[in-house]
Design a protein around this ligand. Structure first.
Ligand code: SF4
Length: 243
């Protein structure tokens, strides 16, 4: 019997070597030289962490009270407006009370907020238009609310956002405009143009909140005329930082 030659053991198959996996890629740090599109998400995240729950400081219990408080807040502080409205909203209980009030009495009641003659005209004019055209209700669209006397886009954005959750733009007050310029998000001075630049840069879901984050930061750290850059969480990504 012929001897059987044992088969040589088959060599184990070796899988062709895969190309080496790239090592973990380090993301480049955002710097103040980066364009606004890259810096803004970081700015937003940090401010959100600094000021959780940032929101309007104005007190109100009806849509028209918010409207009137916002009209009064121009060139004034929210604290002063709240002091004035604490008495005002008790004395004037309906839109008719504002519409029919003696203008001089209303001027005296809101005197502390400044520009009281202009504001009285805006409040009484708005109260009458709300009663005559809008059935006593503050409208919930930008086009309609802008037809009220003394109401421009900033007031409209504040009222629509805070009362109805309708967000059609970004309220640009003095803090928002200053921060947007210092942070290099716009070069514009006119609030409507600043708003336009911010709306192009910022996702709509953040339009309402960004106003209150910038206001908080503007009040507490990025103050005018001298910002406290040494305390600022944005100093490494802010082109205007002094540190
Ligand atoms: S670094 Fe200075 S200028 Fe820039 S946001 Fe902060 S406080 Fe304002």
């Amino acid at each position: 019997m012929l001897g059987m030659t044992p088969k040589a053991a088959a060599a184990p198959k070796v899988a062709p070597s895969a190309p080496a996996a790239p090592g973990p890629q380090r993301r480049r740090r955002i710097s103040r030289d980066d364009p606004p599109e890259r810096r803004f998400p970081v700015i937003y995240r940090r401010l959100e962490k600094e000021y959780p729950g940032a929101k309007t400081a104005l007190n109100f219990s009806t849509p028209y009270e918010m409207l009137f408080a916002t009209i009064m807040s121009a060139q004034s502080t929210d604290a002063t407006v709240n002091k004035v409205t604490a008495k005002l909203f008790t004395k004037y209980r309906t839109l008719e009370d504002y519409a029919n009030a003696d203008p001089q009495a209303l001027e005296a009641d809101i005197h502390q907020t400044g520009f009281f003659r202009m504001k009285t005209k805006a409040i009484q004019g708005s109260a009458r238009r709300l009663l005559e055209v809008y059935d006593g209700k503050v409208p919930d669209t930008m086009a309609e609310i802008l037809t009220l006397p003394g109401v421009a886009r900033k007031t409209a954005n504040v009222v629509l956002g805070n009362v109805y959750g309708v967000v059609e733009g970004i309220a640009v007050d003095t803090h928002v405009g200053r921060l947007a310029r210092l942070l290099g998000l716009t070069k514009e001075k006119d609030p409507v143009k600043v708003e336009d630049d911010l709306m192009k840069l910022i996702p709509r879901s953040k339009w309402l909140n960004v106003t209150y984050l910038f206001i908080e930061h503007g009040r507490k750290v990025c103050k005018a005329p001298v910002p406290r850059c040494e305390e600022c969480v944005l100093s490494d990504i802010c082109p205007s930082s002094r540190v």
